[in-house]
Design a protein. Structure first.
Length: 348
C-alpha cells in the first residue's frame, strides 16, 4: 500500500472513496473477484470515522468476534486485504468527479491525484464531518489538549478528573468505560432524557446512585483556568444556578456536523443527505457509481458496520458485471475454491 500522488491519470478498475471499515471490506470483496481497487480518504490514516472518533470503543456485533476495539477492527481489515495490494491515497479528498461518454469516470483529489476509473464506490460514512464544539469563551486555547471531542488514548485519562458533556451513545459509552479509571467523573447533559442505549443509561444511573459519579442537567457556561491550565468548568442549570465542577479534562460529545462535501455536487440522487441506492446492486442513480455503508439509504436501511459489509459483498458482484458484462459470474467459496486460494495467497 502507498500514499501515491500522481499528476498523470491513474487507470483503475475501481476507485473507492472512503477508507473506513466498509471501504476496506469492499477492497476484500472486489479482490476475491480479481478486481483491483484504489482507495481515497481525506484522513491521513485508514479507518475512517471508526478509528478517528472512537478507536478504543468496543464493538460487540462483528460475527465471530465477541468483542473488538474499533482500531483493532481496522487493523484486522488491513491485514485481510493485504493480499490484494490495494493502493491507499490518504490525506486527500476527491474534489472533482465527471462521468465520461464511454462510461468511465474521471476523478481528481485535493492533492492533484487523478484517476480514470471503470467504477466508483462511495464508502464515505457520514461524509466530511466536524464535531459540534463546546462554545464557551476561551475554549479554543484548550481544544485538542485538555478539551477533546474524541478519545484518542483512553490510557492517558487514567487518574484524571473528567467532565463529560453529552447524552448520546458516545458520551455514555465513554462515561462507563472511563468511570473505573478516572479520579472523578461528572456527566453533564442539557436535559433529563438521554439518546443513548437504555442499558447504558441504566448503568450510569446505578453508578450515580452508588456515589461513583455525578450527573448534572445543565449546559456549559464558562471555563475555570489558572495560568493557562484548565482547572474546571462552570455549568448552568435550567434554573440559572451555576455549579463549578473541577476538571483536568473535558470530553465533549455533542455530535457531528455531517456534510457530504463535494459528493453532493456529483449529480447523484440524494435522500435526506444520503445517497439513494437499490438493494440488488447498491448502485446509485448513476450507473457505475455504487455506495455502501452509512452514506447510502434504501428502505429498511440500518446504519451498522455489519450491514455495510453485506452491502459491499453484493456491490462487488454488481461491479464485476458492470466492468465485464460478458463474463459469466460464478459464486465461489473461499473454503474450497483454488482460484480464491490463489488470490488470497493460501498455500497449496
Amino acid at each position: 500500500m502507498s500514499d501515491t500522488v500522481n499528476s498523470q491519470a491513474i487507470s483503475a478498475e475501481v476507485v473507492i472513496v472512503g477508507a473506513g471499515p466498509c471501504g476496506l471490506f469492499q477492497v476484500f470483496e472486489l479482490g476475491l473477484l480479481g478486481i483491483a481497487a484504489h482507495v481515497v480518504d481525506s484522513l491521513k490514516h485508514p479507518g475512517g470515522q471508526c478509528a478517528e472518533l472512537y478507536p478504543d470503543k468496543p464493538i460487540y456485533d462483528i460475527p465471530a468476534l465477541p468483542v473488538c476495539g474499533a482500531q483493532e477492527l481496522v487493523d484486522r481489515l488491513l491485514q485481510q486485504i493485504r493480499p490484494f495490494k490495494a493502493q491507499l491515497h490518504l490525506g486527500q479528498e476527491v474534489t472533482d468527479f465527471a462521468a465520461q461518454p464511454d462510461g468511465r469516470f474521471q476523478l481528481r483529489t485535493s492533492a492533484g491525484t487523478r484517476f480514470d476509473a471503470g467504477a466508483v464506490v462511495i464508502a464515505a460514512g457520514l461524509g466530511s464531518f466536524q464535531p459540534r464544539r463546546i462554545g464557551v469563551e476561551g475554549a479554543e486555547a484548550f481544544e485538542g489538549n485538555t478539551i477533546q471531542y474524541r478519545v484518542r488514548n483512553a490510557a492517558e485519562l487514567a487518574g484524571k478528573r473528567l467532565v463529560i458533556f453529552g447524552g448520546g451513545d458516545s458520551a455514555l459509552d465513554w462515561t462507563l468505560e472511563l468511570l473505573s479509571r478516572a479520579a472523578s467523573l461528572d456527566l453533564v447533559h442539557r436535559r433529563p432524557e438521554f439518546r443513548a442505549a437504555p442499558a447504558s443509561v441504566a448503568r450510569m444511573r446505578e453508578a450515580v446512585a452508588a456515589g461513583r459519579m455525578r450527573c448534572f442537567e445543565a449546559l456549559p457556561h464558562a471555563l475555570v483556568s489558572e495560568s493557562g491550565v484548565l482547572r474546571g468548568v462552570r455549568v448552568r442549570a435550567a434554573s440559572g444556578a451555576i455549579e463549578s465542577l473541577p476538571a483536568d479534562q473535558l470530553l465533549v460529545f455533542f455530535g457531528l456536523h455531517p456534510k457530504l462535501g463535494p459528493i453532493a455536487d456529483w449529480g447523484v440522487a440524494l435522500e435526506k443527505r444520503a445517497l439513494r441506492v437499490d438493494t440488488e446492486k447498491f448502485q446509485t442513480s448513476i450507473p457505475g457509481v455504487f455506495a455502501v455503508g452509512d452514506i447510502n439509504t434504501y428502505p429498511g436501511k440500518k446504519k451498522l458496520i455489519l450491514s455495510g459489509f453485506h452491502e459491499a459483498a453484493l456491490a462487488a458482484f454488481a461491479i464485476q458485471h458492470h466492468l465485464y458484462p460478458q463474463k459469466k459470474q460464478f459464486l465461489q467459496y473461499t473454503t474450497t475454491s483454488p482460484v480464491m486460494h490463489q488470490r488470497l495467497g493460501v498455500p497449496d
